[in-house]
Design a protein around this ligand. Structure first.
Ligand code: ADP
Ligand code: MG
Length: 332
């Protein structure tokens, strides 16, 4: 009997001890921040606000550093001076140049002057003349951008605009913060979704893709396992209309004019935020057919295209992960 009691006591101790010594429960913690011109929603599963604070600070710093319109930031200074030394920016620009080459120039981070001419940063929109566009072509294009070590050189007054990759890169930085802390979470950085790790209940993450015609609703939902980046570029996020035509903020580097090729939006799913963001912009420029060819040639991303006629096209790797609200679907 004594032995029984001792055993029972030991069992009770064993059952209760871990609970006493365990970490405080990891619950969902949410924070909304405004950075990079957009509202960002951060959700982490943690027992304190520490990683939220860290991400908040990192996003504020990146928002300043990577924004061509922020006169306190590194990119602004670089553009004013026609280049300069900045290790972090040189690294980013080198990566952007490599992705630009891979996408046949569809991604082009040297179009700031063209963006300004169309009035996108200021929201004071205007349509440049043919002569304006011809002149702009002398000051835009990746051939004018070079990096050597930490030094970036911009020729002919070219200016950098990192808007196409900034949020993706920011997602990678946030992901690193979460991974270092061993914390899982889901981040929405204004159209860029980043999942990190596993949901505490072990189920997949669910990501909803906005309906371009009804921003309050969604076009489809997608399950995501583990750490991924899901990035959407479309013609409905920033645009203006003149005489019934829509002019969106994504420019075709060949014409320096808003991309218009029958696409409404493209979503990219990839392991890395930088890649997903860069490709979402590039594939929006490419249009559907060129985009599908590009996808076939690679193996590091999946994609969803929505065309103006309401057709959704998805790549193989996503087929079983998507639930459609009410769209006609073509599978590739
Ligand atoms: P968003 O930033 O709205 O989520 P994107 O990631 O597609 O959308 O980036 C669009 C931004 O990138 C534009 O606002 C502009 O600053 C810049 N940009 C426009 N066209 C291009 C292009 N062809 N290549 C690279 N950057 C571009
Ligand atoms: Mg992008």
């Amino acid at each position: 009997m004594k032995q029984m009691i001792a055993l029972l006591t030991a069992m009770i101790l064993l059952l209760t001890l871990p609970a006493c010594g365990a970490q405080p429960a990891r619950t969902a913690r949410d924070r909304e921040v405004f950075a990079m011109d957009t509202v960002m929603e951060l959700r982490v599963y943690d027992s304190s606000d520490a990683v939220l604070d860290e991400m908040d600070a990192a996003l504020a710093a990146l928002s300043r550093e990577l924004n061509a319109e922020d006169d306190n930031g590194g990119l602004y200074a670089l553009n004013r001076a026609g280049g300069g030394e900045n290790a972090a920016l040189a690294d980013l620009v080198r990566r952007a140049a490599a992705l630009s080459a891979r996408t046949g120039g569809a991604l082009d981070v040297s179009l700031h002057l063209a963006s300004l001419a169309w009035g996108f940063p200021s929201k004071r929109y205007s349509i440049p003349t043919e002569a304006d566009l011809t002149e702009l072509a002398n000051h835009c294009g990746m051939r004018l951008v070079s990096c050597a070590g930490d030094r970036i050189t911009l020729q002919n007054g070219a200016e950098l605009d990192l808007g196409a990759i900034a949020k993706g890169y920011a997602a990678d930085c946030c992901r690193a913060i979460l991974e270092r802390a061993g914390v899982s979470g889901i981040l929405s950085l204004g159209g860029n979704i980043q999942t990190v790790g596993k949901k505490p209940d072990g189920t997949d993450w669910t990501v909803a893709i906005q309906d371009p015609d009804d921003p309050g609703s969604y076009l489809l939902t997608m399950t995501v396992t583990g750490t991924k980046s899901v990035v959407t570029s479309g013609d409905y996020q920033r645009f203006f209309e003149r005489d019934g035509a829509r002019y969106c903020h994504i420019l075709d580097p060949e014409t320096l004019s808003p991309a218009r090729n029958g696409l409404r939006m493209v979503t990219i799913v990839a392991d890395e935020g930088f890649l997903a963001d860069g490709l979402s912009t590039a594939l929006f420029v490419m249009g559907l057919e060129r985009g599908i060819e590009f996808w076939r040639a690679g193996n590091d991303f999946e994609a969803i295209w929505l065309t103006e006629d309401g057709t959704v096209t998805v790549t193989e790797g996503l087929e079983d992960r998507i639930s459609y609200k009410n769209a006609e679907v073509v599978r590739r």
